[in-house]
Design a protein. Structure first.
Lengths: 512, 469
């Protein structure tokens, strides 16, 4: 099999100024009409309506540009964004195609207000309920809500529901600990702490996950909940997970399944049958809604009937074909205003309907097949090590790899390789969440969208960069070379005297 | 394709039998099923998923979605006066074009080089908002205004080591609910007590009640301008001074669209400013357009307390070139897990780009014009409604965009009036306040923006006149 030659890509270089620098006094990008004559006749001049003490006396130093100037500026910036236009095998994110038919349909939600009367929202509520039913079937849970603004926010939602549940039993003060693992996404530990819990973190053992003994030692009558993902980012599935859930339940704690890594198991197993009380899915990644560089996002949170009274409201319910927003008297407080990112729910619903049961099952088949194919190919490249080398089983939908040997041999690690990848038109890879349990980590995930040739192209780029690292290491160390900008100087970013989070701060600190 | 093979799925390149076989051969596996060997048999679902029939063709899918969505009525089908945390504003077509660009719509993360354009757009969001707010540090937006207020209050609690926040009693129940969630229940060791402060008869914060309640326990005073009920808070400087005298932080929630005509909170003593990003070029999206900003002075002790992403301008290895990357990043939950500042993750960063484009299109003069148009038309609507028999404005004038209308003297409930407006006049009346603020009687919060013409308001007035008579 011949390996495709990496593309000699070059990003557009516009040297585009910051938009404030493009300003010309007096130019306009949008006009608004003056108030109508009858308006002014009744209320007087607008400036007189502002109490004197509250009138703005200075003009904000926003740029003054024509409409096409603004448009062209941002078109150039979009061109200087690689943004998944080529191949992005970015692990832990289950990156997918974002169907444009769903984007098109979502336009019809633009002018809908969340506080409209239910009679005027029946279409939206039916979609939310319909998608709730789909997720119930995928997970075995009894109810989903979509208020959380991302995966981390869904983890926070679980902490909030956990508080309300233990509070209703008078045990919240006592149950002040949440158990997680060092390989669980940092948001689990962070949201538990932000919700007021102590965090108990289990370390990984030889087989790639914490032992049952470690778990038993960690749980007690102080345990409020377990928050855990499975498989983890190594691509290793914890086969003891049912026993884990039993142990935590016996101690009186709740069990939350972080399904960020759903691609490998969707259609294959359900949180409910493993014993979990709750789980979450990322609609902006796993269910085909676009990620937007970081949202608008949705963390769909589902739970069993035992927890539904504690869900933050409102919950969409179906009463004989009429849909209604239901508030829960015991419900936890809201985690975000309104009903969630409704367009993203619509897009996820559309994705799931287009995939169907067989399509979803096939997507997990293809994800796992593609990852193991990629594993085999990566293993042929020198300097790379697969995590947990003693584990010879097929991995799930992604695998944690490391460049420890490459770093020892050449001084080049995962950050430098990531920077160089973009020179070949490939999005820099996902390395690992903190802490790095594998030296110089990277975590590719092929998913079901990319073709075998895409994967081959991606691997050919990695092989090329590794060869460069051994033969011409300076080329990689000084990368990128073919991007919109050169390598950034990072030292400014942690120096209070020099960092500048706004143009005005930059002018004050650097242009005086 | 072999006979009897189902068609390949349009979104899955490797769904052909040939591609699967090629990869299986390459790895030496007999079947895909064996690749799932890690999952014990008793963990597996033993039946196929039972989902609604697949809509595999785009034509079927689009038709289905559109049919469902037609069951809604929108604020374009009807004349709507709903606001309260999500407002109808004009979104320039260029904003929609830019946020619809695939490069901005779909990226996952990238690096400061590979996604330089997006990072620059993010910095321009910070910079534009910094000009409107007269503040030097702006974070990428969090999920919503309520979440921004929650994080800011937690910042203030960490900065002061205190565990109490004073908030207006007449606050948005949606935002207050989120704030209470963020402040944690009493059982938690870092619980922050949320203490409501009364309003005075003009709808402004009752300074005497504030003075009574503030103490050395108070971490922050949080108030909004304009207030939830639309009133322009004229005592901003006095409130900030009272907070400072007690050693507390002054946190102000401000609608950025008001800042072309209203004084930015930094100019009357605010330490941290939060607010909604949806008014800056984001469609209402049934509430899915919301987002929240957080801003402060450029002082290290504030910067080190931010929970999310701070994008700084920096230099590159090439002389004279800008780059943009995350500053003070280690303090986030990505860097420090449970020891980080609250948590962060995916939020509404695409809307930061929308807001950057919007602020650039409007410029200083556009913000002045839209502010004047909104304040004039909302007062026109208020005065016209107040002239209807049985209606009054309990807080008089001096508001921006939203105002309370009381219907007590009509003998009708807001629910009934709104039902008649909706069913007989294709009008969505203002938000019913009677459940959340019973002391205001049968009152509604009306929202009037640059989209409501004098003719629209005249239509509202004649319809309301008809339904209450």
């Amino acid at each position: 099999m011949s390996s495709p030659a990496p593309r000699e890509y070059h990003a557009p270089v516009w040297n585009e100024p910051v938009i404030m620098e493009l300003s010309h006094a007096g130019r306009r990008g949008q006009l608004f009409p003056p108030p109508e004559k009858e308006v002014t006749a009744l209320v007087g001049p607008p400036e007189e309506l502002v109490p004197r003490a509250m009138r703005r006396n200075d003009m904000p130093a926003l740029p003054e540009l024509t409409e096409p100037e603004v448009q062209r500026h941002y078109l150039k910036l979009s061109q200087q964004t690689l943004g998944m236009v080529n191949i992005s095998l970015f692990g832990t994110c289950t990156m997918k195609y974002n169907p444009r038919a769903c984007e098109e349909a979502a336009r019809q939600l633009r002018a809908v207000h969340p506080l409209q009367h239910e009679d005027t929202l029946q279409g939206i509520l039916q979609i939310i309920h319909g998608f709730d039913l789909i997720l119930r079937e995928l997970s075995g849970m009894d109810q989903f809500i979509f208020q959380a603004g991302g995966g981390a926010d869904a983890a926070y939602t679980h902490c909030v529901v956990t508080r309300a549940y233990h509070q209703s039993r008078g045990e919240l003060e006592q149950r002040n600990e949440i158990v997680t693992s060092i390989q669980a996404h940092p948001c689990n530990a962070a949201t538990a702490a932000a919700a007021g819990f102590k965090v108990v973190t289990l370390m990984l053992e030889k087989n790639g996950y914490p032992s049952i003994d470690a778990l038993k030692a960690a749980v007690s009558n102080r345990t409020a909940a377990l928050m855990i993902g499975n498989p983890d980012d190594m691509g290793i599935y914890n086969p003891d997970i049912k026993e884990w859930v039993r142990i935590v339940h016996d101690a009186g704690g709740l069990c939350f399944y972080d399904h960020a890594n759903f691609n490998g198991v969707m259609g294959k197993l359900r949180a409910r049958e493993l014993g979990f009380d709750a789980c979450m899915y990322m609609l902006h990644k796993t269910f085909g809604a676009p990620k937007g560089g970081g949202g608008p996002a949705v963390g769909a949170y589902g739970c069993t009937a035992a927890l539904t009274p504690f869900l933050p409201g409102p919950v969409v319910v179906n009463e004989d074909g009429r849909y209604r927003l239901d508030e829960r008297p015991l419900g936890a407080g809201k985690v975000r205003e309104f009903h969630g990112n409704v367009p993203q729910i619509l897009k996820a619903y559309g994705w799931a309907r287009a995939m169907g049961a067989a399509g979803i099952d096939q997507a997990s088949d293809l994800s796992v097949l593609a990852n193991n194919y990629m594993d085999r190919k990566l293993a042929e490249i020198p300097g790379l090590n697969r995590s947990n080398p003693d584990n010879r089983q097929w991995r799930m939908e992604m695998t944690r790899w490391g460049l420890g040997k490459l770093k020892e041999d050449t001084g080049i690690g995962t950050v430098e390789v990531a920077s160089r990848m973009a020179d070949y038109g490939i999005d820099p890879w996902w390395m690992s969440h903190e802490p790095w349990v594998v030296p110089e980590p990277f975590t590719p995930e092929a998913g079901e969208m990319y073709s075998k040739e895409d994967i081959d192209s991606w691997i050919a780029v990695i092989a090329r960069i590794v060869r460069e690292a051994y033969e011409t290491p300076e080329l990689v160390k000084t990368a990128p070379h073919r991007q919109a900008i050169g390598k950034i100087k990072g030292e400014v970013l942690d120096e209070p005297a020099r960092w500048a989070m706004t143009w005005r701060a930059f002018l004050r600190k650097h242009r005086r | 394709m072999k006979a009897n093979e189902p068609p390949a799925h349009p979104w899955m390149a490797n769904s052909t039998a040939a591609a699967k076989q090629e990869m299986l051969d390459a790895i030496g596996a007999k079947s895909i099923a064996e690749l799932f060997e890690q999952i014990p048999a008793d963990h597996r679902l033993r039946r196929p998923l039972n989902l609604p029939p697949a809509l595999a063709s785009e034509a079927e899918l689009s038709r289905h979605l559109v049919q469902l969505l037609r069951r809604n009525r929108t604020s374009e089908d009807c004349l709507s006066f709903l606001g309260a945390g999500c407002w109808p504003h004009h979104v320039p077509a260029v904003v929609d074009e830019i946020v619809g660009r695939t490069e901005f719509l779909t990226p996952v993360w990238g690096s400061p080089q590979s996604d330089h354009g997006r990072n620059q757009a993010w910095f321009e969001f910070n910079s534009g908002l910094g000009e409107l707010l007269d503040m030097e540090v702006v974070q990428l937006p969090v999920y919503s205004w309520g979440c921004a207020a929650g994080h800011a209050i937690r910042m203030a609690s960490r900065l002061t080591g205190r565990h109490e926040v004073l908030v207006p009693r007449h606050g948005d129940p949606e935002r207050l609910s989120v704030i209470r969630t963020y402040c944690e229940p009493r059982e938690m060791p870092r619980h922050i007590e949320v203490v409501p402060v009364d309003s005075d008869p003009a709808g402004l914060l009752d300074l005497a009640d504030l003075e009574r309640k503030i103490s050395r326990r108070t971490a922050a005073v949080y108030f909004e301008n304009p207030s939830y009920l639309g009133m322009i808070e004229t005592q901003g400087a006095a409130i900030s001074a009272i907070a400072k005298a007690a050693g507390a932080q002054a946190i102000v929630g401000a609608d950025p669209l008001s800042l072309g005509i209203l004084k930015p909170p930094a100019q009357y003593g605010a330490d941290i400013v939060v607010g909604p990003t949806q008014p800056l070029g984001v469609h209402m999206n049934a509430g899915g357009g919301v987002g929240g900003y957080i801003a402060s002075r450029d002082e290290e002790r504030y910067v080190r307390e931010y929970n999310g992403f701070l994008v700084s301008i920096t230099e590159t290895e090439r002389a004279g070139e800008y780059g943009f990357a995350l500053a003070s990043a280690h303090q986030t939950s990505y860097g420090m897990r449970e020891a980080g500042k609250d948590w962060t993750g995916n939020s509404v960063y695409l809307w930061a780009i929308a807001a950057a484009v919007y602020m650039s299109l409007l410029g200083p003069q556009g913000f002045r014009e839209i502010g004047e148009l909104i304040i004039a038309r909302s007062h026109y609507a208020g005065q016209r409604l107040a002239a209807i028999n049985g209606l009054q404005l309990p807080f008089g004038s001096g508001f921006f965009k939203e105002f309370v209308v009381n219907f007590d003297a009509t003998g009708l409930s807001v629910a009934e009036i709104n039902r008649r407006l909706r069913e007989q006049h294709a009008i969505f009346g203002g938000k019913d306040l009677s459940g959340e603020l019973p002391e205001l009687g049968q009152s509604a919060l009306y929202c009037v923006t640059e989209l409501h013409t004098a003719a629209d308001i005249d239509r509202l007035v004649s319809s309301v006149t008809e339904v209450v008579s």
